[in-house]
Design a protein around this ligand. Sequence first.
Ligand SMILES: [Zn+2]
Length: 318
Amino acid sequence: MKIRNGTMWLALLAAGATQVFAQQTPLQQTPPAPMPSPPDVKIETVNLAPGIYMLIGRGGNIGVTVGKDGAAIIDDQFADMVPKIRAAVALLSETPVEFVINTHLHGDHTGGNDAFGAAGAVIIAHDNVRKRLGSDQVNPSTNQPIPARAREALPVVTFADSASLHFNDETLEFTHLPNAHTETDIVVRFKKANIVHMGDLFVGGFPFIDGNTGGTFDGLIKAHATVLASIDDNTRVIRGHGPLGNKAELQAFHDMLVVIRDRVAKLVKAGKTQEQVLEARPTKEFEEKYGGTNFNAAQWIGRAYVDQKRALEMRRKK
Ligand SMILES: [Zn+2]
């Protein structure tokens, strides 16, 4: 790839990036051998605007911008998807991926970082993505330890609150939304094209809220309110998982979470046990729409219970 000069770093710093880490020197490193892509997964490319696409494969949906400055992607699924992601981008752009933006830390959105980083792409993310990927973590579903990621998988440009990338005659605005799906989430906005990529702040079914990495119901609900206030009825909304969405769908998703959160909060405040909260089935009328085939009520409501118990304890401490 062509290495861009220092003005890009300065632009990012001026735009609010708080830290720029020395970029790895790809020519001196042997990139890991490419992993084969699973044969049965096809990447579907959806055109959203001139030069802007959504790639659907395995893992989080990818946003793409291509044009005279080159190619940038938002999220990169799993390591074994990288050959397919590269092939899909190659159909749109003559140059390889120059920037990778991570919406948050989870492995189904950052699994391709190693390969793209080793090939010289500049990875951009919230400060906490670098902090967490750079240290040992715990798998939220299995509680198994996840070792720190390799150096080339770590974001080299990070920021605390917001930053912008001026690329392909578009302004990509990155805004951190604290303690929502995790403590590492950003929303990415294509200002001119009126498109937002929400990562896992917005998904097709009941959202996973990762309490182990700082995610909270209250933060997620607040994050939705922030995004809803900044978009309109024509905004295309890319979900972390699931089909392309819009403002009305995000509003409905937000309202559903408010109803469930309020029900659980009320039961927790009344001193109900986790079993009693599960019995009350606070998700009932939403299960058909958001439950999907993998919905495990005991697990999901259990997480909501733990979350709201913690929120109540924190309010009492204040
Ligand atoms: Zn996630």
